[in-house]
Design a binder for this molecule. Sequence first.
Ligand SMILES: [Fe+2]
Length: 463
Amino acid sequence: MFSASEGNFYLSGNFAPVEQEISAAQLPVTGSLPRDLNGRYIRIGPNPRGDVDPATYHWFTGPGMVHGIRLRDGRAEWYRSRFVEGSDGVLNTEKHAAPNTNVIAHGGRILTLIESGTPPAELDPEFAGTTVLAEDEAFGSGFTAHPKLDPATGELHAVTFSITQGTARYVVLDPEGRTKHTTDIDVDDNPMLHDMALTETRAIVLDLPVTLAAAIRCMEAGEPVSTLPMIWDEQHPARVGVLPIGGTSDQINWVEVPRCYVFHILNAFDNPDGSFTLDVVRYDELFLRDMLGPGGSVPTLVRWTVNPATGKTSEDVICDYSVEFPRIDGRLTGRPHRYGWFAGYGAGGIEITDDVERAHTRDGFETGPLVKVDTVLGVTQLHDYGPGRVTMEPAFVPRSDSTSEQDDGWILSVVHDGNVNRAELVVLDAADITAAPVARVHLPARIPFGFHGNWIDDRELGL
Ligand SMILES: [Fe+2]
């Protein structure tokens, strides 16, 4: 693990916070921005303010900062960064986490999200400010960083948990953002439920061995715990809960899966034989050796085939490189997909056949190239952004509503350029990622390695 005596990895380099909110207009562009991109690319991550204790600071717990790039008619009109109001970044019984993890649009609102009990904040489209949505019925006991939009209905599905209340729920919001359905999920030990999956017929809960209960046992033994009180739990099962879309807790069917942790799901879909496919990025362990962040094992893209009828799960590695931040065309959520795009690890990519200890080095833990996986042909491609330049999470934007090819569109991502210590928004052709970028928007500042970023089209906000 990265111990306190070495300093805190997650407060150094481009993990370190920035100090100021920035506004800049008329950004320089290399290449040609597609004129169809009318909206905002928004990233979010933790950005601690003031003094933090490097011995216990956990990467996941800093207050949120959003970074937005406004594109319209082939121009990059502005870059703005703002702290998310209501963030305190301090673990306490009232408000123990900041909405610092994901940013989406739903029901015409831009929402910044986190799991574990803090409600979302609404972000003004012009970045004029943020408002915590504590009074919304849907968000009273917190929400999740990774709800899933069902493309068939426009409904938003979420598996939420509250670390203080010890509750877990399956929640469905209607297309306007109103609560349509809730049901409690019975799980032990207060597990970290980061992502969930949908198929056309099922909602899927990941109940994996990172828990509050393990951290409490650790504290009771007098051992130090980070600002995120959730750690690897040798006593907790690894299983997925399967229930019908819109179903209730008594319908959940639990199926054992390989012992691991999963933050992120690429996608899931039903198979004709009654099983379902679940493509996930798995960690052999988490918060066991690296207690301050996810640096302890090699993130690996695997395909699980889960059969609720037999209770069996099989696993196959489906990417040559270590990857995180998996993304598909969102219109295929819950349906069979061919392609996935990812942030790869390591400067030139870490092949997962390499000595796994390599991924425990600091250089190996930082992201590097964009990775595209063709899950049908089993082909992996990389886009290398150049020496000292690494991508954060990609987002796929379809070229038009009528697009039929599954990779006909663009990949947008923020790239950190360590040579000049600034960020760019880079646009690639999603069908031809090895080609030179379509466009590079030059930003006036760096954007710290954060968590998630999304393209929010003007039409999603009714603009
Ligand atoms: Fe996430």
